[in-house]
Design a protein around this ligand. Sequence first.
Ligand SMILES: [Zn+2]
Length: 493
Amino acid sequence: MKLASFAAAAVLAAGAAVQAAPVLAPPAPLGPNVQPFVHVPGGQIAIQHLRIIDGTGAAPIDDATLLIDGAKIGAILPAGSAVPAGYRVLDGTGETALPGLVGMHNHMYYVARPNLDASGHSDGPVLLPQMTFSAPRLYLANGVTTMRTTGSVEPYTDLNVKAEIDAGHLVGPHMDVTAPYLEGPGSRFIQMHRLSSPEEARRTVAFWADEGATSFKAYQNITRAELKAAIDEAHRRGLKITGHLCSVTYPEAAALGIDDLEHGFFVNTQLDPGKQPDECSAGTGTPTLLKMTPGSPEATALIKLLVDHHVAVTSTLPVFAQDMPLHEPLQPRQMDVLSPEANEAYLFSRNRMATRAQTAAGAEDRQAYLNDVGLERQFVAAGGLLMAGPDPTGDGGVIPGFGDQRELELLVEAGFTPLEAIHIATANGATFEKRIDRIGTIAAGKQADLVVVKGDPGQKISDVENVELVFKDGIAYDPAKLINSVRGMVGIR
Ligand SMILES: [Zn+2]
């Protein structure tokens, strides 16, 4: 992204056909922790010769001029339009703008396995270290302008981070903070509370809603009665609830009124052998997924049920791609942000998966993944709302922000077109979040939350990695500076 001179803009503006909209101030003045990452301060900005992928799924607009008026998108002008007076002009030749990503499974923590060795053994308990410092920076740097935390281990930290970002004191995306996991006895994670009754589930939802949480997530060992109580309390307050389920099957959760299901079709246990009501099965959904081939009567019935009940599905392919043999390795720029321990965990895991690929279990992993992406496509074809998130929990192999880009690439690998994948990762999340009138697509009057990348991700989706600028509320942030500021920190802080 090159900056043309301000004077040149004024000359260009002579005879401009478009009236400048009133300039809206950015929501809050930016403090000293944020200012160093600002590349272009807010104001009136015109990006010329820009390709625009607006996030609706429509064909790209070539050689457009994008006007940004303070925190809002002012207009999209066709090729050859003059720039109105007073705009700072940027040259977008060879670049594409897309809506800021709406990351729908974007944790603020890492999963640490103490004393992990090459065999995969580690000492319990598994820990979830918070990444308050690095995660918001990495999300924003990689184009995520709105995110849902989708399960919190340090809820007050997450709530404070959101407030500090909104106040201009910290750098990061807009946040939908999810309350602590709604989980029962038998959890793998020592940091999660264990619910013991539906009334406690209701009280927990009420408490965290009062504290400021704006979304909820049920987990693997919740009972149907607890889930029902949590859903009802969340809905009574106009809030949504998702689930990474196991003890409750997808059809059960849909019937209870859940709004969203995490991890595509990987964790539905309805056909798992030995599944007992209200109890997580040993297979945690893999046997069901292996049986539920796309287009099968079981798949079609489930998808119809989800669509009829308006249950969204969040695709989190990067974390499952970790189980695919010979999946794409992390790039050096990604490994640079890992702590030494996370780096080692990633390499150990990669080696184990390469070995597992030779076994029957490895073949099952591959088939499960292929079934899932087929079901995700069938769900969208049937009118389902599919959303995107990385789930950055995979032994260092899935990293905040970089993982969001990887999700787009994996959606395309799964058979979606690049424009469909971008729509899923932007507008669909915004629709679910009930913010589509303000974010999720590039349109006049919306928040100026967008990503400018070198290249054309409409043709080659991996161009989403070439982030030049990330605009949030009309202010352009410098991705390289953000990424450099967290080198070696993923897994620690
Ligand atoms: Zn997760």
